[in-house]
Design a protein around this ligand. Structure first.
Ligand code: SF4
Ligand code: SF4
Ligand code: SF4
Length: 320
């Protein structure tokens, strides 16, 4: 169990399952490497997640900013595939085989493209690209949602993942602002759905992992954009993929969440991105929100001690 008073448990690289007290015979840490460069936006992962986990299918409508119809991660959307539409970058574009389009002359979108797009369309290079990325709970090494949960509903599994126990959650909602990624949320509806009022998020298919199966979303992904496995091995695979993309001229390829020295100690679910994290809606430098608790407690303790000492001195002075 993580101690709130040991700074080293709240910061830096560690094996989260071992830190939670699982012994030597625990399985290796499991997670996802999501390679967004080969996501085709089919949303099979979203559907598979809903079907397997009986997540209500509501909140669907067009965002009016893209073809995305599921908006964001929330209590009823444990996977969310972002559709980001970008005009052509000013640097040379490498064809990744992604769907693209060229505007007709009278197409209203033609007027919305960035400077140089028209020229790009003429030289045969795609002038428009989709960035598609399937987002999910990051299963952080240092998970603030779990640190602040007063009931033990959120727990660290033997696979190093973070799971909610629906029947123990009391719906206090402390975990919601604690998550630096805005992932976890209390279910607000629809009326009659199970677990309304209860904190809900991806469990990394804890039930399937226990039965020796891979998660429903990665199993359904037709392009292997979502790769499930041992986190250590996935990190190596991700490094190799980035190196290959750099060799091919895709210099914007970068990893997000794979660094054990980042603000959350690295994530169990990490990503290969083709642009800045903010473009995908990710915080650029996330920090576990409980990191400063030991320092805050120490300062509060020192302040309380000083107050008590002052009161004692005043009492002694008056009694003379
Ligand atoms: S991403 Fe948020 S909800 Fe998921 S483990 Fe990290 S802190 Fe918890
Ligand atoms: S791991 Fe399971 S619960 Fe998590 S997003 Fe994939 S299908 Fe949904
Ligand atoms: S199933 Fe795979 S390819 Fe389809 S949207 Fe999800 S991550 Fe992308």
């Amino acid at each position: 169990m993580t101690s709130l008073f040991n700074e080293f448990d709240l910061w830096g690289p560690l094996d989260p399952a071992a830190d939670a007290g699982y012994g030597e015979d625990k399985p290796k840490r499991k997670g996802f490497f999501t390679d967004t460069s080969i996501c085709i936006g089919c949303k099979a992962c979203e559907v598979a997640c809903k079907e397997w986990n009986d997540v209500p299918a509501d909140h669907f409508d067009m965002t009016a900013t893209s073809y995305d119809n599921s908006h964001s991660l929330n209590s009823n959307q444990w996977r969310h595939v972002a559709f980001i539409e970008q005009p052509r970058q000013r640097q040379p574009t490498v064809d990744l085989g992604m769907p693209t389009r060229r505007p007709a002359e009278d197409d209203i979108l033609g007027g919305m493209l960035a400077d140089g797009a028209e020229e790009a369309a003429q030289d045969g290079v795609p002038d428009f690209r989709w960035l598609m990325s399937s987002d999910v709970c990051k299963h952080c090494t240092h998970a603030a949602c779990l640190d602040v949960c007063p009931t033990g509903s959120l727990f660290r599994s033997e696979f190093g993942t973070v799971v909610v126990q629906d029947d123990i959650c009391n719906g206090c909602g402390y975990c919601v602002p604690a998550c630096p990624y805005g992932v976890i949320e209390r279910r607000r509806g629809p009326e009659g759905a199970k677990n309304v009022g209860i904190a809900q998020k991806c469990t990394l298919c804890y039930d399937r992992l226990g039965a020796g199966q891979q998660p429903a979303c990665s199993q359904a992904c037709p392009t292997q954009s979502i790769q499930f496995g041992d986190v250590e091995e996935l990190r190596e695979r991700a490094e190799q993929r980035v190196a290959r993309l750099h060799e091919a001229g895709v210099m914007d390829a970068r990893l997000y969440g794979n660094d054990p020295h980042d603000g959350v100690g690295g994530t169990g679910a990490f990503f290969l991105l083709l642009d800045e994290p903010e473009v995908y809606g990710f915080p650029p430098d996330p920090v576990v929100t409980t990191r400063d608790l030991p320092r805050m407690f120490r300062r509060a303790g020192a302040a309380a001690g000083a107050l008590l000492a002052g009161a004692a001195l005043a009492f002694v002075g008056r009694s003379r």
